[in-house]
Design a protein around this ligand. Structure first.
Ligand code: FAD
Length: 483
């Protein structure tokens, strides 16, 4: 079969390599002049920054993909486990370190929150383990079909799996300490949702991180995308850059023509193909206007990439500075659709682990704050960006680290930049949010219900957002197409 893939994000590249392995003829059309989509980086004056993912969960998914296409991941990218996985800060001076080693983590939980909370933590992991096992078997690795759940496991866990109780409600049932609840609640943001709305099912994100540990890619996450591109090149998969999918023509339920446009505006019509696979979902001719009229988009981000003079011993590779009112923060983001006044700040400093990422004696700060998806309620004007940047720097100072005079440069990405760069709906990073079971079910499936020869892969589709799930979506969709 001749397969056209539109978009070269992780979902597109992984699908291309599976389909090529299955013997199909694959060609990719990508709107940008680079591949990898959100898995990208920025370099300036000797500093290197990831501009998208900074943390990989479920590393076994990536390893398995390389095995499936007869390669070894170690020949392409070095995935490393961090001993200290994250340092959490609260404005009252409390600090909590998360470790990848279970014993060390247990000691730290006991030290900070007491023995009862350690027991609660173990019980919480056991609760989420059961949900994870069901998800892994019937949801994460398979095309989405309700009938997948009609079996003994599905019936046994039906209520837990489809419970409308929020992650926060569930966390409150296990834990007493509000700070530990904060730690658990933040996992909802891994798919761009609110812990106060997202169903308890997403406790599986916490389970996945504690169980399989978080990893980082040495020399930057872009290495991963680059290795997929290298494999495409080696295997004769053509990638056409600066080629944006503009529209389609169809004959009833079959797409017959794909229309692409390059940067200079010249239009190309592609007719000779069997299947179109899209790695993005915001083209109404593909997904339909109704999908784009959804309002419950996942979070976007306000990202500052800063070259910082000096070293900040208090901070580690991954750091979280919590807001004083987590619920209000998510209310601002999802209900008012405004940037949070009192925001939680994520600071990732890869140069703490990888010295080559910053000049000697300096650090590369990736500072990410959750932002609402684009709406009429707020405009990221230059003035607003500057004001928000200063607010964040002031907030970091309140936590005891003053960087104001140490900033060599600050490059900002706001929701409209994510929209322009990657064409993601309303700048939202993970497509539709998972703030309710209803929106979860509205997520684009891997197979179009409108056109027989149209399929979807990537973080906006089943099984969900984030790098490992994009690998899984590539596998699921390739198997469907191959069949
Ligand atoms: C700031 C940030 C932090 C993140 N942190 C993490 C993290 O720590 N861990 C994690 O696992 N995930 C994280 N993610 C999410 C992760 O990056 C995404 O889920 C994943 O990379 C999405 O891949 P995708 O295959 O859906 O494609 P995308 O990366 O969305 O790529 C889609 C591709 O399609 C192209 N395209 C769009 N429109 C067209 C068109 N009309 N014609 C042709 N091509 C088109 C785009 O240019 C792009 O190359 C983060 C993302 C961001 C932005």
């Amino acid at each position: 079969m001749k397969i056209i893939i539109s978009g070269s994000g992780i979902g597109g590249l992984v699908s291309a390599l599976y389909l090529n392995k299955y013997g199909h003829d694959v060609v990719i059309y990508e709107k940008n002049d680079f591949a990898g989509g959100k898995v990208n980086e920025y370099k300036k004056d000797g500093y290197r920054f990831d501009t998208g993912p900074t943390l990989i969960t479920m590393p076994f998914v990536l390893k398995k993909f390389f095995e499936d296409i007869d390669e070894n991941i170690n020949d392409y990218a070095e995935l490393n486990e961090l001993e200290k996985t994250c340092r959490y800060f609260w404005s009252d001076g409390t600090m909590f370190d998360s470790y990848s080693d279970t014993e060390k983590l247990s000691e730290e939980i006991t030290k900070r929150f007491g023995n009862d909370e350690l027991n609660a933590f173990k019980n919480f992991l056991e609760f989420s383990r059961k949900l994870y096992k069901i998800s892994e078997k019937y949801f994460l690795t398979k095309e989405f079909k309700l009938r997948n759940f009609i079996n003994a496991d599905g019936i046994r866990y039906f209520r837990k799996f489809t419970s409308k109780k929020s992650l926060n409600t569930r966390a409150n049932k296990f834990f007493k300490d509000k700070k530990l609840i904060n730690v658990i609640n933040r996992f909802a943001t891994y798919n761009g949702s609110s812990p106060f709305l997202t169903p308890q099912l997403f406790s599986i994100i916490a389970y996945v991180e504690y169980m399989f540990k978080p990893y980082y890619v040495k020399s930057g996450i872009k290495k991963l995308a680059d290795s997929l591109v290298e494999l495409c090149n080696n295997r004769g998969i053509e990638i056409n850059y600066n080629a944006s999918l503009k529209g389609i023509e169809n004959n009833n339920d079959v797409i017959t023509t794909v229309i692409t446009e390059n940067k200079s505006g010249s239009i190309k019509e592609i007719k000779n193909f069997d299947v179109l696979l899209s790695n993005f979902t915001n083209n109404s001719s593909l997904t339909g206007k109704k999908y784009l009229e959804n309002t419950d988009w996942s979070l976007s981000g306000f990202l500052m990439l800063m070259g910082i003079e000096g070293k900040n011993k208090k901070l580690q590779h991954h750091n979280i500075l919590y807001s004083d009112d987590y619920e209000k923060e998510f209310n601002d983001l999802f209900i008012k659709k405004l940037p949070a006044e009192n925001m939680t700040i994520y600071i990732c400093i890869t140069s703490r682990t990888d010295e080559n990422d910053a000049p000697r004696g300096h650090e590369n700060w990736f500072v990410l704050v959750n932002a609402p998806s684009i709406s009429n309620n707020f405009e990221w004007s230059e003035e607003n960006k500057e004001m928000y940047k200063n607010k964040i720097i002031q907030r970091i100072k309140e936590f005891g680290t003053d960087i104001e005079k140490k900033i060599k440069f600050c490059n900002i990405f706001c929701p409209s930049d994510f929209l322009n760069l990657y064409n993601c709906e309303n700048g939202s990073i993970y497509g539709l949010s998972s703030n309710s079971l209803k929106t979860m079910f509205k997520r684009t499936r891997n197979r179009s219900n409108k056109y027989r020869n149209l399929f979807f892969a990537g973080g906006n589709t089943h099984p969900g957002g984030g790098v490992p799930l994009c690998f899984l979506s590539g596998k699921i969709v390739s198997n469907i197409i191959n069949k």
